[in-house]
Design a protein around this ligand. Structure first.
Ligand SMILES: [Fe+2]
Ligand SMILES: [Fe+2]
Length: 458
């Protein structure tokens, strides 16, 4: 469905301005900011920069640059702990980003928190579930935006009660208009204040100061651009996929990926983890009309790294639809390959397919998100549409796909263990000329930006 059709259907893409408190009505909340209070904490989102069990990063915003120091009051049953926030200016905005770390709690029990700014501004109270030690569930989608479908995806995930969320880039579509980020965070708060949300950046994040808004508004591990964390038996590796290629750090990131995935493969062979899940914004392969091949130089280089170390699951967005592959390699089904899941139907729009390739196991032009249940050596996934078959808002969730991924055998794990390559070897083995890879990636981001603007206004 195109934007004009949404407007015809009475479904505005841009939300009315957020009202304080409207994003705080989670089941775990009570109270709320006093009417008229200054320095209201808004756009609350929970993530982690350290251990996913034993630490939580709380991030939020206040208007203007003069808010008093923010404090998170937290505890388990009573508010007996505090964490003072650090504040910094959000990119190109008269907005402060506040960040606080919660540690020292019992990771096996629920945790309550609230945010205070001075004497007269106190947020609602939110409850965070403990992160399970064994089986866990998470949701994935990308290409969110601020449509009624964006809100349905948000609410559907909340309804499913997952343990955390991975957003595969293209978040607010601010494209240089910073207040859009505030609206987007206010919209997401309904979910993100009580369920941890982790992100990968997309090409639209590059539009705000080469990712400066993204970096100054989220709290992620490591350098905040690409990072990795373990959750029980899964190692998640998050890449920019070249979203910020104009900052000149893409080669350094590819070397980090090479090292991180080589170590992950060795850990999997030793039985320390069962799965490697790779998250980035960009599809490796796609059947979206006009999008394939999707930047062949960088994609080929990346795909070679993913295959060499036996990445199990590739979670992406960018192409605005749902498409899930068989285990594949180089655009053909291959049992030892990776399963790509494109969750680009997060809300901003839906495009069209040009056909169905041999690697494609399921594809739907639906607004949707994917829920993964990790249990032992199995990942069971279900894809939930939030719309009807003709892209009208639905009142409930419809399951449009499900699949199961089994952990690799011992032999397949051993076959994915390889020495780490340096930059020269990595490029030579893939016959890649770095100048072309960089130039091609820049071109992809610019071209796809034009396509998106066209789609949004068509
Ligand atoms: Fe997108
Ligand atoms: Fe994108």
């Amino acid at each position: 469905m195109k934007r004009r059709d949404l407007l015809k259907a009475g479904a505005p893409l841009l939300l009315a301005p957020w009202l304080p408190g409207c994003g705080s009505s989670t089941s775990g909340s009570s109270g709320g900011p006093a009417p008229g209070a200054n320095n209201i904490a808004r756009g609350l989102h929970v993530s982690w920069t350290g251990d996913p069990h034993e630490s939580r990063a709380i991030t939020w915003f206040t208007d203007g640059l003069a808010a008093p120091e923010g404090v998170v009051e937290f505890g388990q049953g009573r508010f007996d702990k505090t964490s003072r926030a650090t504040a910094s200016q959000a990119y190109d905005s008269e907005v402060l980003t506040h960040r606080a770390q919660l540690t020292g709690y019992d990771p096996e029990k629920p945790l309550q928190y609230r945010v205070r700014h001075g004497a007269d501004s106190l947020s609602a109270t939110y409850t965070l579930k403990p992160m399970p030690r064994g089986a866990f569930r998470f949701a994935h989608f990308g290409d969110h935006g601020r449509s009624e479908f964006s809100r349905l995806v948000r609410d559907g995930i909340l309804q499913r009660g997952v343990d955390f969320v991975m957003i595969a880039g293209d978040l607010s579509y601010a494209n240089g208009d910073q207040p859009v980020w505030d609206d987007w965070f206010n919209q997401v708060e309904h979910l993100s204040a009580s369920v941890p949300v982790m992100c990968a950046p997309g090409n639209h994040e590059e539009q705000d100061g080469v990712g400066a808004a993204y970096k100054t508004r989220f709290s992620h591990p490591g350098n905040g651009r690409y990072y990795s964390y373990d959750l029980n038996n899964v190692q998640f590796v998050i890449s920019t996929g070249g979203a910020f290629t104009s900052d000149g750090t893409l080669l350094a990131e590819l070397l980090w990926l090479e090292t991180t995935l080589a170590q992950a493969a060795a850990r999997r062979a030793r039985g320390e983890i069962d799965f490697i899940a790779f998250v980035q914004h960009f599809t490796i392969w796609t059947d979206e009309e006009g999008r394939s091949p999707n930047n062949p130089t960088l994609v080929l280089l990346e795909e070679n790294i993913l295959l060499r170390y036996g990445v199990d699951l590739l979670l992406v967005g960018h192409d605005h639809e749902y498409q899930r592959s068989h285990a594949m390699a180089f655009g053909q089904p291959r049992e030892t390959g990776y399963v790509q899941v494109c969750g680009g139907g997060g809300g901003v729009g839906i495009r069209t397919f040009s056909g169905q390739s041999a690697w494609s196991a399921a594809q739907h032009l639906r607004y949707s998100f994917i829920e993964y249940a990790v249990e032992g050596r199995s990942i069971k996934a279900q894809t939930w549409a939030v719309d009807t078959a003709d892209n009208q808002a639905a009142t409930g969730l419809t399951k449009i796909d499900e699949f199961e991924l089994a952990a690799r055998s011992g032999q397949a794990r051993n076959e994915a263990v390889h020495p780490i390559r340096d930059a020269g070897t990595l490029l030579a083995e893939n016959r890649a000329n770095w100048r072309y890879v960089e130039a091609h990636t820049r071109l992809r981001n610019a071209e796809h930006m034009k396509q998106t603007i066209w789609h949004l206004h068509a």
